[in-house]
Write a new protein. Structure first.
Length: 346
């Protein structure tokens, strides 16, 4: 026990030292996406906390790493230079270290057996890494495909990743966030297989893109991105939120994050129909239903994962009140495929 306490004390001291020391900066590119006319690119310039998550990490290791991810300092108003093909765009990070641009392009959709990714080069001349080199990175860009049949947008928390948002005082959610790592977080059963199947069009081409939506903070991006890879869940751009003090329009946008993101995607991919996946613990049903009233001819299915009886009863009541809306309350991820099969047999 004494040995454990000594080890814990040194780990906490080491963390405190790293927390207040200046770390080298890095560019964190977020997976980006394109249609035939625009590319949307987003990323962040922030401290490199050099977090390494391993399966054998202790609970204390996980706590320290997770606190580091939330405590990292960002580069405010730093110049960022983005190079894509022949275009060079200069922009600046905002007060929280984010940069976000849309590039005008004209390109034909791809036509292969799979979705294709392109890349852009990103660098910031304001900072050097430990080797004295300019900080740079590449960013993945999801390209549009000629044979896409629908775009899938899935909530993450308690839909793809077990988060326990609805736990008492959100205690289980906090425990999962602070004391677990990517190796110990759990996916919902069959969700990988289901999303891989949804990504196939009728010809069996894997060309239906998947986007992920969450009210979680951008600080969890690395964990979520690595979680998708580790669990063999189809990769796609993630849309998270920036936490912090907000007022006025910023506060309104923060509260309406999911609605605003979905409307953006529906407008960005104007020619595509959508499948929306969420859960009963938050307001997914309300948001998806409101969107259906505006884009009824483009939303093919809405799947809501059930939770507790009271939450499920509310969803069932909404389904009854809106028989025209394609809302399905599901218990298991695999139920989604049953509804998809029914659609194809009619």
């Amino acid at each position: 026990m004494d040995k454990f306490l000594k080890k814990s004390w040194f780990e906490v001291k080491s963390f405190a030292k790293e927390l207040f020391d200046e770390d080298p900066m890095r560019i964190r590119p977020y997976l980006s996406y394109a249609n035939q006319h625009k590319i949307h690119i987003k990323g962040r310039v922030l401290e490199d906390e050099r977090i390494i998550e391993m399966e054998e990490n202790s609970t204390l290791d996980n706590l320290i790493n997770n606190l580091k991810s939330f405590a990292s300092d960002e580069a405010k108003f730093a110049k960022v230079i983005i190079t894509y093909q022949e275009q060079i765009i200069e922009t600046y990070t905002d007060d929280d270290g984010y940069f976000e641009v849309e590039l005008d392009i004209e390109q034909e959709p791809t036509d292969g057996e799979f979705l294709e990714w392109d890349s852009a080069h990103i660098m910031t001349p304001n900072f050097k890494n430990e080797k004295g080199e300019t900080v740079e990175n590449t960013i993945g860009i999801l390209l549009p495909h000629r044979d896409t049949e629908h775009v899938i947008v899935s909530d993450i928390d308690d839909t793809v990743l077990v988060t326990n948002v609805n736990s008492f005082l959100k205690l289980k959610m906090l425990y999962n966030t602070l004391f677990k790592n990517v190796h110990t977080r759990m996916p919902f059963e069959d969700i990988s297989e289901v999303l891989h199947t949804l990504s196939l069009n009728k010809e069996g081409k894997k060309v239906n893109p998947i986007f992920y939506l969450s009210n979680s903070p951008w600080n969890l991006y690395d964990m979520l991105h690595n979680f998708l890879k580790l669990e063999n869940i189809p990769m796609g751009p993630l849309f998270l939120r920036d936490f912090g003090l907000k007022f006025g329009d910023e506060l309104k946008a923060f509260r309406n994050h999911k609605m605003n993101t979905l409307e953006h995607l529906l407008e960005f991919y104007k020619e595509q129909n959508f499948i929306l996946i969420g859960d009963a613990t938050e307001s997914d049903t309300d948001i998806y239903l409101e969107l259906f009233t505006k884009y009824s001819n483009r939303i093919d299915h809405i799947y809501i994962r059930g939770d507790k009886a009271k939450k499920n009863a509310r969803v069932l009541e909404m389904i009854e009140k809106h028989p025209e809306a394609p809302i399905h309350l599901i218990e298991h991820s695999s139920d989604i495929l049953k509804f998809q099969e029914k659609k194809h047999t009619h």
